[in-house]
Design a protein. Structure first.
Length: 265
C-alpha cells in the first residue's frame, strides 16, 4: 500500500492565545499540520494543541524565542522535519505604549525586532526551504493592524513597525517569487489591550462601520483562505468591519465615547 502524502504544515507564531489560537484552530480544522509557536504562554499553547489532537487534528506546541535569527532557523527546520512547511503566519507581536516624543530606543527596537524583522526573516527562510519542482505552494502571511490605514500617533513604535511591514509585503512578494507568496491581514480591534477596561473594549469593539464586534474567527479564516489560494500575493485584506474607514485622532480606546456619541448606532 502506498504511503499517504504528508499534510502540509503551517507555523503560527504567537499561537498560544488570542488571535494566534484562533488561527491555529482554523488551520487544524482545515486539515493542516499545525505548529503553534509560543514563548511565555506554555500552558495555553499546550492545552490548545492537546484539545485539537483530541478532536483528531494534528497540532504541536513548540517553545521558541523568535527574536534571534538562530532560533528562527531552528524553528523552521524543526517544523519542516515531518513534511513540507507550506505557510508561516506571522502573528506574534510586541505592543508597548509610547509616543514619537518619549519612545525609548531599546524598547522601540524590541518591537521592531518582533513585529518587522522576525516576519521578514521567516518569509525568507520559507523561501530558502523551497526546492524546484516540489509542487508546494508556500505562503507567508503577515498579521498587521487596521492602524496602518488609519493613522494616529498612539503606540508610536508599534505603529511604525507595522507600517514598515505593510510596505514590505509588496516588496517581499516581488523578491521571494516564485518560491513564496506574501500576503497581509489587517484586523481591527479584537481583544482588550494595554490599560483598556472591559467596558471600554465593549464600546470600542462596535466603533466601526458595521457597529458590531469583529469575530477573531473571521480573521483566522482569512489566513486559511490566503494560504489556500495560490493566485493571491502582494496584497493585504482588512478584516475589521470597516474600522480603517473611520478616521480617529487617537487610538480607539481613548476616543470611543466621543465617536459613538457623534454617530448613531
Amino acid at each position: 500500500m502506498a504511503e499517504s502524502t504528508p499534510r502540509h504544515g503551517v507555523l503560527v507564531t504567537g499561537g498560544g492565545q488570542r488571535l494566534g489560537a484562533a488561527v491555529c484552530e482554523a488551520f487544524a480544522r482545515a486539515g493542516w499540520r499545525v505548529w503553534c509557536q509560543y514563548r511565555e504562554s506554555r500552558d495555553q499553547a499546550q492545552a490548545l494543541c492537546a484539545r485539537l489532537r483530541d478532536e483528531g487534528h494534528d497540532a504541536t506546541a513548540v517553545e521558541a524565542d523568535i527574536g534571534a535569527e538562530d532560533n528562527r532557523c531552528a524553528l523552521v527546520e524543526h517544523a519542516s522535519a515531518d513534511g513540507p512547511l507550506a505557510c508561516i503566519v506571522n502573528n506574534a507581536s510586541a505592543f508597548e505604549p509610547d509616543t514619537g516624543l518619549d519612545f525609548e530606543a531599546d524598547a522601540a527596537m524590541r518591537q521592531i525586532g518582533v513585529n518587522l524583522l522576525a516576519p521578514l526573516s521567516f518569509a525568507r527562510l520559507l523561501a530558502r526551504s523551497a526546492k524546484a519542482g516540489d509542487g508546494v505552494d508556500r505562503s507567508a502571511i503577515h498579521v498587521l493592524d487596521q492602524k496602518v490605514y488609519n493613522l494616529n500617533p498612539d503606540y508610536f513604535s508599534y505603529t511604525v513597525s507595522k507600517l514598515a511591514l505593510e510596505r514590505a509585503i509588496a516588496l517581499q512578494a516581488q523578491s521571494l517569487a516564485p518560491a513564496v507568496r506574501v500576503c497581509g491581514v489587517a484586523p481591527g480591534i479584537l481583544y482588550r489591550s494595554g490599560p483598556q477596561t472591559e467596558d471600554n473594549f465593549a464600546r470600542a469593539s462596535r466603533a466601526n462601520l458595521m457597529r458590531r464586534p469583529i469575530d477573531p474567527a473571521d480573521v483566522a479564516r482569512t489566513c486559511v483562505f490566503l494560504a489556500g489560494t495560490p493566485s493571491v500575493t502582494g496584497t493585504t485584506l482588512c478584516v475589521d468591519n470597516g474600522q480603517h474607514l473611520v478616521p480617529l485622532p487617537r487610538d480607539i480606546m481613548f476616543v470611543v465615547d466621543d465617536l459613538l456619541k457623534a454617530s448613531p448606532p
